[in-house]
Write a protein that binds this ligand. Structure first.
Ligand SMILES: Cc1cc2nc3c(=O)[nH]c(=O)nc-3n(C[C@H](O)[C@H](O)[C@H](O)COP(=O)(O)O)c2cc1C
Ligand code: SF4
Length: 420
C-alpha cells in the first residue's frame, strides 16, 4: 500500500517562500486556463463533474455550493477559506498552508472567479499565528504575480474557539459578533457574511481546485469511489510508530493507513473524524475510508489496549462541553447530562441505569441541535456503548461492588442488611 500524492505533490519540492518555484511546477496554469478559456459556469460544471466534496468534514458537494452562490442575487459576494482547523487530531490544513500556500491561493482565485466574489477571507486558527508571516508573504507574491488582480484576500485570526470552525459561527466571528452558530435557513450561499451570498470552503477543498481545472474532471473523477472522488489527507496520531499526514486515494482501507503506513500495533480502537467522529473497534479495521462509510475531517486517532475507553469518552465529551456555544438547549443540556454521568463513571460512582441515561440523552441532541457539534456529539457515545459496552458496564459493576464492600460494618454484613 502506498500513498497517492497529488495534492501534496509540491510539498517539499517547492519553496513556500518563493512563488517562482511554484510557477516551475505548473503553478497558476489552472487559473490562466479558467480565466482565458472558461466561463464561471463552466468552472462550476467542471468542479461538479469532478465530484469534489468538502474536505472540512461534512462532505457537501463543492460545485453545487458554488452554483447556489453564483446564482444568488447579491450586490456583492464573499468567499471564505476555513483554516480554523480546530478539530481534534486534524493538522492537514496547516501542512498545506506551510508547504504549498500557492495552491490554496490559486484555488481561492478560481473559486472567486466562479461565484463572482471580489473579496475573500482566510479565517486562520488562533493557534496557527506562527503561519501568518509565511501566508502574508505568499499573498504578497501572489499579488505581484497578478493572481489576485481581481480578488482582495484578507486574513482574519480566530481566538481559539472550536465552534468558530463551524461555518455560521465563523461568519459571526468575522462580523465581530459572538462566536455561536446561526439558525438556518437561510444558508450561506444565499445569505451569508454580512447578509451577502457566501461560499465557505475548507483549505484542502480549495487546494484541490487547481488540480481539477488543470487536469480535467475526468482525470480527477477516475480516482476514488462512486460517492467520494480524488484523494484525501489523513492525519494519523496516537498509538502508532509513524504518525503524520498521509494522502490516500478515497476508498483505501483504514487498515492500510493505520497498520500498513502508520505502523499501528495492538490496536484496540480508532477514532475517525475527530471529537465527534466514529469510534471503531479493531474488528472494523478493514472499513474503506470514504464519505459513504467513514471519513470526516481526516483525523485518525489510534488507541491501543493500554487505553481506557471510559476515560476516553469522558475526555471527548468534556472537550465538547467546554466548546459548545450553549445557544441551543438540546446540545447545552444534553452534553451537561452526558458529562454528569461520565463523571460518575470515571470517579467510581456509577450506578445501574447510567448507560441507559447516556443513550436516552443522545436522541434529542442528534435530532434537534442547531449545528453539527450537538448533532454529532452522540456519535462517539453511541459507538463506544455499542462496541465497548462491557468496559462501561464492568466499571459500573465494579463501583457498585466496591461501595457495597465499603459499607460492610464490623459485624460483617453490609449496612443495607442492618437496615432491613
Ligand atoms: C463544531 C464544528 C467545527 C468545525 N470546524 C471546522 C474547521 O475547523 N475547519 C473546516 O474546514 N470545517 C469545519 N467545520 C465544518 C464547517 O462548518 C463547514 O462545513 C466547512 O468549512 C465547509 O467547507 P467544505 O465544504 O470545503 O468542507 C466544523 C463544523 C462544526 C460543526
Ligand atoms: S449545537 Fe451546541 S454548539 Fe451548536 S449551536 Fe447548539 S449549543 Fe451551540
Amino acid at each position: 500500500m502506498s500513498e497517492k500524492r497529488i495534492l501534496t505533490e509540491n510539498c517539499g519540492l517547492i519553496d513556500p517562500k518563493d512563488i517562482n518555484t511554484y510557477l516551475a511546477k505548473q503553478g497558476l496554469q489552472a487559473w490562466r486556463k479558467a480565466r482565458k478559456t472558461m466561463t464561471p459556469q463552466q468552472v462550476i460544471e467542471e468542479i461538479k463533474r469532478a465530484g469534489l466534496r468538502g474536505r472540512g468534514g461534512a462532505g457537501f458537494p463543492c460545485g453545487l455550493k458554488w452554483e447556489l452562490a453564483g446564482r444568488a442575487e447579491g450586490e456583492k459576494k464573499y468567499l471564505i477559506c476555513n483554516a480554523d482547523e480546530g478539530e481534534v487530531g486534524t493538522f492537514k490544513d496547516r501542512f498545506l498552508i506551510q508547504n504549498d500556500p500557492f495552491s490554496l491561493l490559486e484555488g481561492m482565485a478560481i473559486s472567486a472567479f466562479a461565484i463572482g466574489a471580489e473579496k475573500a477571507f482566510i479565517y486562520l486558527r488562533a493557534e496557527y499565528r506562527y503561519l501568518l508571516e509565511g501566508l502574508r508573504n505568499a499573498l504578497r507574491q501572489a499579488e505581484d504575480s497578478g493572481l489576485l488582480e481581481e480578488l482582495d484576500i484578507e486574513i482574519r485570526e480566530g481566538a481559539g474557539a472550536y465552534i468558530c470552525g463551524e461555518e455560521s459561527a465563523l461568519m459571526n466571528s468575522i462580523e465581530g459578533k459572538r462566536g455561536e452558530a446561526r439558525f438556518r435557513p437561510p444558508f450561506p450561499p444565499v445569505n451569508g457574511l454580512f447578509g451577502f451570498p457566501t461560499i465557505i470552503n475548507n483549505v484542502e477543498t480549495l487546494a484541490n481546485v487547481p488540480l481539477i481545472i488543470r487536469n480535467g474532471a475526468d482525470w480527477y473523477s477516475r480516482m476514488g469511489t462512486k460517492e467520494s472522488k480524488g484523494t484525501k489527507l489523513f492525519c494519523v496520531s496516537g498509538d502508532v510508530s509513524r504518525p503524520g499526514i498521509y494522502e490516500l486515494e478515497m476508498g483505501s482501507s483504514l487498515k492500510d493507513l493505520v497498520i500498513g503506513l502508520a505502523g499501528g500495533e495492538d490496536v484496540m480502537m480508532v477514532q475517525v473524524g475527530g471529537s465527534t467522529g466514529r469510534v471503531l473497534p479493531f474488528s472494523m479495521i478493514d472499513i474503506p475510508l470514504a464519505y459513504e462509510s467513514v471519513l470526516g475531517s481526516g483525523a485518525v486517532i489510534v488507541f491501543d489496549h493500554s487505553r481506557d475507553m471510559v476515560d476516553f469518552l469522558y475526555r471527548t465529551i468534556e472537550f465538547l462541553n467546554e466548546e459548545s456555544c450553549g445557544l441551543c438547549t438540546p446540545c447545552r443540556e444534553g452534553i451537561e447530562c452526558l458529562i454528569e454521568v461520565l463523571d460518575r463513571l470515571v470517579n467510581g460512582e456509577g450506578v445501574q441505569g447510567d448507560l441507559e441515561i447516556l443513550e436516552v440523552s443522545c436522541a434529542p441532541m442528534a435530532s434537534a441541535s442547531l449545528c453539527g457539534l450537538g448533532q454529532s456529539a452522540p456519535t462517539p457515545v453511541r459507538d463506544s456503548l455499542q462496541y465497548f459496552r462491557e468496559a462501561f458496564a464492568g466499571r459500573i459493576s465494579q463501583s457498585v461492588l466496591l461501595r457495597s464492600l465499603k459499607s460492610i460494618p464490623s459485624s460483617g454484613k453490609p449496612a443495607s442488611y442492618n437496615q432491613d
